[in-house]
Design a protein around this ligand. Structure first.
Ligand SMILES: Cc1cc2nc3c(=O)[nH]c(=O)nc-3n(C[C@H](O)[C@H](O)[C@H](O)COP(=O)(O)O)c2cc1C
Length: 220
């Protein structure tokens, strides 16, 4: 992997705009019924757990609220929005969008909006969505789990860095670990997924602006 070099002059970029449908506001109860763990308990008891019972949407919302929500906004010298969240991100770009798929008979995939703490249904052809979800099931059973998928907006990083890939992969590790710690804090179970399902993911949106960052599952 090549060394990332900050550009002398930032490039402008257009983010990929997802095809969204109905949007719902997510609940943002803070510390609703957390397991009574202190900071070191949370850190030392973190383990990847794969056998899940179906979580509630409120439980997943709470994890996302703390681990992924935007807490501060700013702009850089080219006018691009920079955000501050629970995790660090190279150049404050936060290039990783969160997709979630809740366990139900005909699973949908939604986009998490970290500014409004809402989720928007994604308009994806059923056969493409199913082949993506089936590919992930080859890796781990996700039937009782909420799937969290990382969709990387490459140009958010490449507009600031030449050779940006190490930046977004480091961002992704930080984000994944942060989400896992919050699942642990809230008494939920989670497991990262090794698969990228890259070719199935690329058919979902048909754009070179996104690449698959893999995902994780969360359950009870
Ligand atoms: C990048 C990454 C990918 C992983 N992929 C999988 C996977 O595909 N299937 C799985 O069962 N566990 C997966 N895991 C979980 C690891 O197996 C787990 O982290 C490891 O066994 C250490 O256990 P611990 O997380 O409980 O400390 C992955 C973990 C990471 C960090």
């Amino acid at each position: 992997m090549k060394n990332p070099e900050p550009r002398k002059k930032l490039n402008s970029y257009e983010p990929f705009i997802y095809p969204i449908g109905k949007t719902i506001k997510l609940s943002s109860l803070t510390n609703s019924n957390p397991v009574d763990l202190n900071f070191l308990d949370v850190m030392y008891s973190r383990r990847s757990k794969r056998d899940h019972e179906i979580p509630t949407l409120d439980e997943i919302s709470e994890v996302l609220y703390h681990s992924c929500r935007i807490m501060e906004i700013d702009t850089d010298e080219s006018g691009i929005l920079l955000t501050k969240r629970m995790t660090p991100s190279g150049g404050s770009r936060h290039p990783i969008d969160i997709l979630i798929s809740f366990p139900e008979k005909n699973r949908e995939i939604s986009l998490y909006n970290p500014l409004s703490h809402s989720s928007s249904l994604l308009k994806i052809e059923t056969n493409k969505k199913n082949s993506f979800l089936n590919k992930i099931c080859e890796n781990l059973d996700i039937n009782n789990s909420c799937l969290v998928w990382f969709s990387i907006q490459i140009e958010k990083c490449s507009s600031k860095y030449i050779n940006p890939s190490s930046i977004y992969w480091k961002d992704l590790g930080a984000l994944l670990y942060c989400i896992q710690l919050f699942t642990n804090y809230f008494g939920l179970k989670s497991c990262p997924l090794g698969t990228l399902a890259q070719s199935e993911f690329s058919t979902l949106f048909n754009t070179a602006k996104l690449t698959s960052g893999g995902g994780m599952i969360i359950g009870k």
